[in-house]
Ligand binder design. Sequence first.
Ligand SMILES: Cc1cc2nc3c(=O)[nH]c(=O)nc-3n(C[C@H](O)[C@H](O)[C@H](O)COP(=O)(O)OP(=O)(O)OC[C@H]3O[C@@H](n4cnc5c(N)ncnc54)[C@H](O)[C@@H]3O)c2cc1C
Length: 217
Amino acid sequence: MAGMTLRLDRAQAGKSQAVGTAVAMQFADSTNMKPTSGTTLSLWAATADPPDESPLSKDTSTDVCVIGAGIAGLTVAYLLAREGKAVTVLDDGPIGGGMTVRTTAHLSNALDDRYYELERLFDESGARLAAQSHTAAIARVEEIVREEKIDCEFERVDGYLFIPPDGRLKVLEDELAATHRAGLVSVRRLERAPWKASIPAHVCTFRNRDSFTRSST
Ligand SMILES: Cc1cc2nc3c(=O)[nH]c(=O)nc-3n(C[C@H](O)[C@H](O)[C@H](O)COP(=O)(O)OP(=O)(O)OC[C@H]3O[C@@H](n4cnc5c(N)ncnc54)[C@H](O)[C@@H]3O)c2cc1C
């Protein structure tokens, strides 16, 4: 495959800056990254230099080959390397490109598709799994940032879900109930948004550290 390769081994994956940089790419500095889809340009695409890796030029052997150097592939590669596996990452585009370069970098367990919709499609257990996995993923990112000392201004903040002025209040009420059934018991209804703005009064807040319970509430 013509493409960039990034080789991670155990020594690199311990506490090294190299791995930290790779994983933090979506937060780092850059100039040449171009979006590979869509029409908007993220801050990172506009201002950061993607890591420069050479194309794979000869046969190589590895324990695991990961195709795709976006956040998912690099996280898998990083975690495998930490377990002592030799990992080769292949991509036919820039490292940290794909959708990853376009993220706004919010990590959230408030899901665009809505928990009540996940319940409809996958039952309560499926919605709970989504809540659990997103909550765990945020904790894992936080842990990696801390362990690798990645300077990306990671911060936990509350999130607010509100309905537009012409939206239906029931949507918010259904979502609040579904988040609780999904185990996100600290999501709360607020009387109004805690900032001075023309934001509508009907708001739910997702706390910066959600308590997740395994049993339904
Ligand atoms: C505008 C925008 C804003 C977003 N904001 C957020 C946000 O705030 N928070 C959030 O959590 N998510 C956000 N997302 C979603 C998030 O960016 C994606 O879910 C995430 O980046 C997907 O990562 P990925 O590694 O799965 O895929 P990608 O980042 O797309 O990586 C896939 C990689 O695989 C490579 N590849 C694919 N096929 C092949 C092949 N055959 N051979 C070689 N290489 C291949 C591609 O080149 C690419 O580099 C946003 C998305 C967009 C578009």
